[in-house]
Design a protein around this ligand. Structure first.
Ligand code: PAF
Length: 278
């Protein structure tokens, strides 16, 4: 496994491999966990070479404090990556990715106006900036993203379409802790009590799935929010049931779309997201 800091060195390594290998790319912000490793495993099953990027992208943080305390631990990330088949780690400094400010403004229409986009203004513009730069640097055939960041996946698919990029986006399942909490780099910021309580998020989403024959969309939305908010440690920022393609609100279970319930919950100062397919 080679660790490189510059785009030119990354490209050199890929050229040196010769034979036009298929490249699978896993973009991350580090603080890796089993969810990330599952993406690397999926990439290694389907490609000759696997590139993982580790870069905490400043332009996607609308909250400076969130950026400052985002967990960073390159040494343990590299140790974890050695346990799977990762060939190249691209871990640039900010200057390498942003030699000058990126002033591009992307327009993803409705996709960026709801849920995460509404509560984290500018977040998806920052994601689009860095992901387009990373795609340009790695030039992979496929890129792997976790379904936990459900809306991010929709935005990235739209980015690929808009920029006519030749990369296939591969969505990968959410990996959960033993009690159902979706794995996230942010989980390590929780205290033991908060961590235990955070399991209520998925437990509630899971119960909600069994209630769709008993409650309409509006009632179920309220039930999920109220059930989680009963915990003094949890505070729901939003819970919305949307069409999985266009993220438009679902009003009725009879609508033909696949329906996904997306949630963001504050647990202390830590913001956790999850989703469930109904
Ligand atoms: O999902 C993430 O970790 C980040 O948003 C990504 C895609 C690596 C861009 O910084």
């Amino acid at each position: 496994m080679e660790v490189v800091k510059t785009k030119s060195r990354l490209q050199q390594l890929l050229i040196n491999r010769g034979g036009n290998p298929s490249v699978g790319f896993v973009p991350t912000m580090g603080a890796l966990h089993k969810g990330h490793l599952s993406l690397v495993e999926a990439a290694s099953e389907e490609n000759d070479v696997v590139v993982v990027s580790i870069f905490v992208n400043p332009t996607q943080f609308n909250d400076k404090k969130d950026l400052e305390r985002y967990p960073r631990d390159l040494d343990s990330d590299l140790k974890l990556l050695k346990t799977v088949k990762c060939d190249i780690v691209f871990s640039p400094e900010a200057d390498e990715m942003y030699p000058e400010p990126d002033n591009r403004i992307f327009d993803f229409g409705h996709l960026e106006k709801v849920m995460e986009g509404k509560h984290r203004p500018g977040h998806f513009n920052g994601v689009a900036q860095i992901v387009s730069k990373l795609f340009d640097a790695v030039k992979s055939s496929k890129a792997y993203f976790g379904l936990k960041d459900f809306q991010q996946l929709a935005v990235i698919k739209a980015l690929v379409k808009k920029m006519k990029l030749e990369v296939e986006i591969v969505p990968c399942p959410i990996i959960r802790e033993f009690d159902g909490l979706a794995m996230s780099s942010r989980n390590r910021l929780l205290t033991v009590d908060q961590r235990n309580e955070a399991a209520l998020i998925f437990a509630t989403l899971n119960k909600a799935r069994n209630l769709i024959h008993h409650k309409n969309v509006q009632e179920l939305t309220e039930w999920v929010t109220e059930t989680i908010n009963k915990s003094s440690m949890l505070d729901v920022e939003y819970f919305e049931i949307v069409d999985n393609e266009n993220l438009l609100p679902v009003n009725n279970w009879d609508e033909p779309s696949t329906k996904v319930g997306c949630i963001a919950v504050f647990c202390g100062g830590v913001r956790l997201i999850d989703n469930i397919v109904f």
